[in-house]
Ligand binder design. Structure first.
Ligand code: BES
Ligand code: MN
Ligand code: MN
Length: 462
């Protein structure tokens, strides 16, 4: 693969321009107003896979958005890599906080990305990272360097829970048979210190509703005499953490895996500057569960966070009113062994039980999923580590992430294979936030690292 670096250098402008084209498509799965754009995006992925050398590419219809499936089978006796990614993106709002429109990509330099970064919704999560695999395939097929079989499965509902993908995977076990699953939809420590994600957190997402009187009330005539659902909801939410920031739901921690002192010491070796972390977020202190470091809090510990809260009057000026209803959306990030359905049930029972007299409370579960941990002694992990070492010149560190890709646990259950999470994003790339971006360096490094994974995987496997 001596011609790999030169190939990427020679074609880099085209690689960047092709990514920019697909970033212009607002494939927002959560918002039905963008239905046609999501479908157009599936078509764009299909075309890209065909051009990159897949033998057959299909748009597989599902009850929701289609799954783009493509493959190149060179020899049934060789290993098969299944690449997964997603072509849908998060809604871009709040729009006014973007420095340039989310679907009009621009390249700008930043302190962390002196070579420039592409700013657009989906640049890092996950169009940019997914497209690295398409371009890596292009290199391998056009230069006769594809050492094994490859299958691509790119979905359009990851940001809304992957329901259709779960359905698709369950009925296509043979079609999707593989030796290892490869995903770039996570991050790494920094461009100087690559890392490979060895764990993902699980998720339970719920919506709660607190109802007081049967109508909105004058806050002078009724205030102080009937329950105010917003006051009550605030109190209930506040009670979900104690003074040490432990979650108070009975049974919540029962199955949480406690890491050994040795494992925690190993984790603490990863380079991390608390000062830089605070500076980057413009905060004067970090916050969280007592007894754990920042990196532990955001990876090996479960959490409970309000994602949105609303009710009452929020328009201009003042309106004196006691709303009839108050709402909140709450997510719980879970760690391995916590069962997301069980946690959802524990939450529901607890939240309903703490409702005071005078209000009615309902809890509506949304989506969820299991966490994931992957061993570092597998062939897949070793191949990925060698690939990063070659392309970055520095050996990668294994690191658990705080994010979730619930479908990974389902892949293991249904397809019986392990997933290797080769992410190239950075935490500062602002995924799900305004001004999401993906470093040009990261994009091109990804394209350079992926073919090395294939090479080492096949070598180590045989
Ligand atoms: N790519 C992210 C997950 C991620 C990002 C994992 C960075 C690790 C590091 C994915 O698209 C995502 O946003 N997942 C959702 C869960 C999903 C069920 C909506 C998440 O983590 O909030
Ligand atoms: Mn993603
Ligand atoms: Mn995402």
């Amino acid at each position: 693969m001596d011609n790999l670096k030169p190939y990427v250098q020679q074609h880099k402008d085209r690689f960047i321009n092709e990514l920019i084209e697909i970033l212009k498509i607002p494939s927002i799965s959560a918002d039905s107003a963008f239905n046609q754009d999501v479908i157009d995006m599936a078509e764009a992925v299909k075309n890209a896979l065909e051009k990159a050398g897949c033998d057959s590419v299909e748009i597989c219809e599902t009850p929701g958005y289609p799954i783009v499936y493509g493959e190149k089978i060179i020899d049934k006796n060789l290993p098969t890599v299944l690449v997964y990614g997603h072509y849908d993106v998060q809604p871009p709002d709040p729009l006014n906080l973007w420095d340039s429109p989310p679907f009009e990509p621009v390249i700008k330099k930043t302190d962390i990305h002196p070579e420039g970064a592409i700013f657009a919704r989906g640049a890092c999560d996950d169009k940019g990272q997914m497209y690295m695999h398409v371009k890596a395939l292009e290199y391998m097929t056009s230069s006769n360097n594809l050492p094994c079989n490859v299958k691509f499965m790119i979905e359009g509902e990851e940001e809304v829970g992957s329901e259709s993908l779960a359905w698709f995977v369950k009925q296509n076990q043979d079609k999707l048979a593989n030796d290892v699953i490869l995903i770039s939809d996570t991050g790494m420590i920094s461009n100087q210190q690559p890392s490979i994600t060895t764990g993902l957190r699980g998720l339970s997402y719920v919506e709660v509703e607190v109802t007081g009187a049967n109508r909105d009330l004058h806050s002078g005539l009724y205030g102080g005499a009937v329950a105010n659902p917003i006051n009550v909801l605030s109190k209930m939410i506040a009670s979900l953490h104690d003074e040490n920031n432990h979650i108070t739901i009975p049974g919540f921690y029962d199955k949480v895996e406690e890491l050994s002192i040795e494992e925690r010491a190993e984790m603490a070796k990863a380079p991390f500057s608390l000062e830089q972390y605070k500076k980057e977020l413009d905060i004067d202190a970090v916050y969280g569960e007592k007894g754990y470091t920042t990196n532990e809090r955001n990876s090996i510990r479960p959490t409970l966070d309000v994602n949105g809260i609303w009710g009452g009057y929020t328009g201009e000026g003042a309106k004196t009113v006691i709303a009839s209803k108050a709402f909140a959306k709450i997510s719980m990030r879970l760690v391995p062994h916590q069962n997301w359905e069980e946690i959802t049930e524990l939450f529901k029972n607890h939240f309903e039980s703490i409702a005071p007299e005078g209000v009615r409370v309902s809890v509506k579960p949304h989506h969820g999923g299991q966490g994931y941990v992957t061993p570092i002694d597998s062939i897949g992990y070793k191949a990925a580590a060698k690939a990063y070492k070659d392309s970055f010149g520095t050996a990668p560190i294994p690191q658990r992430s705080g994010g979730s890709i619930p479908i990974v646990a389902l892949f293991e259950q249904e397809l019986k294979s392990k997933t290797i999470l080769m992410g190239f994003g950075l935490d500062t790339d602002a995924i799900h936030s305004p001004n999401e971006h993906f470093g040009v360096f990261n994009y091109l490094k990804g394209i350079e690292t992926i073919p090395l994974f294939y090479k080492y995987y096949v070598e180590l496997k045989s």
